[in-house]
Design a protein around this ligand. Structure first.
Ligand code: SF4
Ligand code: SF4
Length: 449
């Protein structure tokens, strides 16, 4: 499945970021979305099979969403697919338009559905638009035929892997509870042999939170992956499967461990991999240190521009809020543009800022965190105010930890240089010199280790 891995706008990372060699230097405060008086830019994750998946990952919140549509076959019709693409692409400004598919497991629709979808999308694309097709998959159903299509149309494929097989198979199991890593790795190898761009999406949870370097090095060194997303598993316990309740499952990541996981990976990355390995969360953080809005909705002040389309045309405020209270309407009866610009959706996005606790407002790393995603804001601040993010301790520690290195990379970019020059700067410090990252520690106890 690809379900609970989703990061809405960031579900599949575009492989272009500030830490990539050749990335343009940021210039001042740019708007997060291209301004347009004529069109309304927004992101949609389309779910042609709804929550249906061939696997049964233990932490997947989507499987419970089947109850939203009792008796449904969960298959998007060709008519709806064409209508969706017509409306969505028609609403986007010129330039690159991301057409994103996810699930459940979207490959259950079969390769011909996507052939037709690509044709439909191309037929409604304006000359000034370039389509970027993305798909999030568990990889187990991929074949050479699939990979031919994905390669030919330059899809960016997000594949869900949680680490080496012993970790991956802990929660990512099939309908019989059996391991899935061998099938996933077979799918990955097929993608790689066809030259398809792959982005690994790794959920971080109780079974891998204490093994950050095992996970990161496995992706980099054994699987040869260079685009990596980490997503924390925060699984709230309730009967509905909705964003309710203030206790979490044992599978959920521990907040402090989430911070420590990111810090360990960051330290390895910043000393040897900047410019060659793209870690979405680090790139998003660098944007904020450069004074730009985060490239991830979870770290922006407001949200509301990343929606989810169900198999039957129902449009929801966000992929993480596919629940009755956040249903905006159906695109066959009200246009997507009307639904996206509706007061209800604007209020959803603005609530992210309005509900931020005072504790966050005075936080030193608020500019980078912004209280993260509202779906995780269900704990109390130290003075008892509701709405603090469950992961706060981890984010506070992580964003503080990377401050010096981020300042250094932001400075490099501002002076027209490349972020990856930080590797050389960190490497040249004497062991007893202050670490160039600005931590105040000696290099030998910091990035000079
Ligand atoms: S609720 Fe908002 S911040 Fe969270 S994933 Fe959805 S769009 Fe992003
Ligand atoms: S680190 Fe914690 S206090 Fe600071 S903005 Fe994030 S959630 Fe709020």
């Amino acid at each position: 499945m690809s379900g609970s891995d989703s990061g809405a706008a960031g579900a599949v990372a575009t492989p272009i970021g500030l830490t990539r060699k050749g990335a343009p230097a940021p210039a001042g405060n740019a708007p997060s979305l291209r301004p347009s008086t004529l069109r309304v830019p927004f992101h949609v994750l389309a779910k042609p099979t709804g929550p249906i998946c061939n696997l049964d990952c233990e932490y997947c919140f989507f499987l419970s969403k089947e109850s939203l549509y009792p008796g449904d076959r969960f298959r998007m019709s060709d008519d709806l697919m064409a209508e969706y693409l017509r409306q969505f692409i028609g609403a986007q400004p010129d330039g690159e338009v991301t057409v994103a598919w996810q699930g459940g497991e979207p490959t259950l629709m079969g390769v011909d559905f996507f052939r037709r979808a690509i044709e439909s999308a191309e037929s409604v694309r304006r000359p000034g638009q370039q389509l970027l097709h993305t798909i999030q998959t568990n990889g187990t159903l991929l074949t050479a035929e699939w990979c031919d299509l994905l390669a030919r149309h330059r899809f960016l494929v997000g594949i869900s892997i949680d680490g080496p097989p012993d970790i991956h198979d802990r929660y990512r199991v099939d309908k019989r509870g059996g391991p899935t890593s061998a099938r996933v790795l077979r799918g990955l190898a097929l993608l790689q042999s066809h030259g398809v761009d792959v982005n690994v999406l790794c959920t971080v949870h109780a079974a891998n939170q204490d093994r950050p370097l095992d996970v990161y090095r496995y992706f980099r060194d054994e699987l040869g992956l260079t685009f990596i997303q980490f997503i924390p598993i925060v699984e709230r316990e309730n009967e509905t499967g909705f964003q309710e309740g203030d206790t979490v499952s044992d599978r959920s990541v521990d907040p402090a461990a989430w911070g420590a996981f990111l810090e360990a990976v960051f330290d390895e990355w910043v000393t040897r991999d900047v410019g060659t390995v793209f870690v979405q969360l680090f790139d998003a953080a660098l944007a904020t240190w450069c004074g730009l809005p985060s490239t991830l909705c979870i770290f922006r002040e407001t949200c509301g521009d990343a929606l989810a389309l169900e198999h039957n045309g129902d449009l929801y405020s966000c992929d993480h809020f596919v629940e009755p209270d956040h249903l905006l309407g159906n695109i066959t009866t009200t246009t997507m543009v009307e639904l996206v610009t509706s007061p209800k959706q604007r209020a959803f996005g603005q609530a992210k800022a309005n509900s931020l606790p005072a504790y966050c407002r005075s936080c030193a790393v608020r500019f980078a965190c912004n209280g993260e995603c509202p779906r995780n804001r269900f704990t109390l601040t130290p003075d008892g105010e509701p709405g603090l993010n469950y992961l706060c301790a981890g984010y506070k520690s992580f964003f503080t930890h990377i401050d010096g290195s981020m300042r250094l990379m932001a400075q490099l970019l501002r002076s027209g240089r490349y972020a990856d020059e930080i590797r050389g700067i960190l490497a040249t410090a004497g062991r007893n010199d202050p670490c160039p990252c600005g931590s105040g520690r000696k290099a030998k106890a910091c990035h000079g280790r």
